[in-house]
Design a protein around this ligand. Structure first.
Ligand SMILES: [Zn+2]
Length: 355
């Protein structure tokens, strides 16, 4: 093992895209995380004993902790970093401390007091390297903690968007289906989607909307041609993604919450679906020219109906767009930047630094 990842809120897609040589200790998990994936020997529940044991691995190079603006997890992350630094002294070998950051809700809103921001900024100095998953997250952290980030190596590596890590490539025809992945909540734009669906005249056009809802919360009167599948297993989710034309993720900002990346957006694009979304995802600045992404106004049913029409009428088979970076690329950047520091040489030329 060369990377140890301490992870809250484990979900199936994290295990599917785990890089080789990584061990994962999860502090909490999604209820819909696939039990078969969690049976792997390198995926285990977090305990302090498991952490101590993992930190003694002579091949360990990188400890990855939760991002600092995940405020409910950061206290534990700081204790994990302290443990790693102590082992570093005892082993006389470096263990780099890194994080992957995607928080898109304004840091000043998350931490309204100056003292709180100062405390968090100082604790950022415990990190050796940060990879931001979106330009939105990078700008968010730099706006508030730029003074601290001058002392931490950091870059932006957007997620892989050009291929699913599980499914083989397919050119099978798409059905006229719009897929909504996730709990049908207000912040995920579900009420807006229901209004937009009726505005499009979807049922008359032969379109269908499938809601893949892990919670079973979708209820009440749904418009025509809308069906719900409750907590589908992962193979069924991949199947839906391979056969649907469009994924809808019309996120709406709420107090204290803003879409970070949005798994439905990433999973839609990696399966070649067209995606209808809003500028609320932190990836929006990175996707402005993506041929499969259609932006609409958050909370605006007319705009979303127009976006759905454009996406459903769009051409199939257009797949060009930024390929993005796998989790293996992220770990490679951390390891390369750590080695560069140790040898005082520049980082790997292909993995750019923002500043
Ligand atoms: Zn897939």
């Amino acid at each position: 093992m060369h990377t140890l990842r301490i992870l809250p809120d484990l979900r199936s897609s994290v295990v599917e895209s785990m890089p080789a040589g990584q061990e994962l200790l999860f502090t909490s998990r999604r209820t819909d995380a696939d039990a078969a994936l969690l049976a792997r020997p390198d995926v285990r529940p977090f305990t302090w004993r498991a952490l101590r044991h993992a930190l003694r691995d002579p091949d360990l190079e990188v400890l990855e902790v939760a991002e600092p603006l995940w405020l409910g997890e950061w206290r534990r992350a700081v204790r994990c970093i302290a443990a790693a630094k102590a082992v570093r002294v005892l082993r006389r070998r470096p263990v780099a401390v890194a994080t992957y950051a995607i928080e898109n809700a304004d840091a000043r809103e998350r931490l309204p007091t100056r003292a709180g921001r100062l405390r968090l900024g100082l604790s950022l100095l415990l990190l050796d390297a940060i990879v931001f998953g979106t330009t939105g997250a990078s700008e968010n952290y730099l706006r508030t903690f730029g003074w601290a980030l001058r002392r931490v190596r950091h870059t932006v590596l957007t997620p892989q968007l050009d291929a699913c890590s599980v499914c083989p490539p397919t050119t099978a025809p798409r059905e006229p289906v719009v897929l909504f992945l996730g709990t049908p909540s207000e912040r995920k734009g579900f009420p807006t989607l229901m209004r937009a669906w009726e505005l499009t005249g979807a049922a008359d056009r032969g379109w269908r909307l499938v809601v893949a809802d892990p919670s079973g919360a979708a209820s009440g009167d749904l418009p025509a041609a809308v069906s719900v599948t409750v907590d589908p297993p992962r193979p069924a989710v991949h199947e839906l993604l391979r056969t649907s034309a469009v994924v809808a993720m019309p996120s709406v900002r709420r107090p204290g919450w803003r879409e970070q990346i949005g798994l439905p957006l990433v999973e839609g694009l990696t399966h070649g679906c067209r995606v209808v979304t809003t500028p609320e995802t932190g990836l929006a600045p990175d996707l402005l020219d993506h041929p499969l992404v259609f932006f609409t106004e958050p909370g605006d049913a007319e705009s979303l109906a127009d976006g759905l029409r454009r996406a459903m009428d769009g051409r199939s088979g257009v797949t060009s767009g930024p390929p993005g970076h796998t989790k293996t690329d992220v770990v490679a950047w951390w390891r390369a930047s750590e080695n560069a520091l140790a040898t005082r040489e520049p980082c790997h030329a292909e993995l750019r630094r923002t500043r």
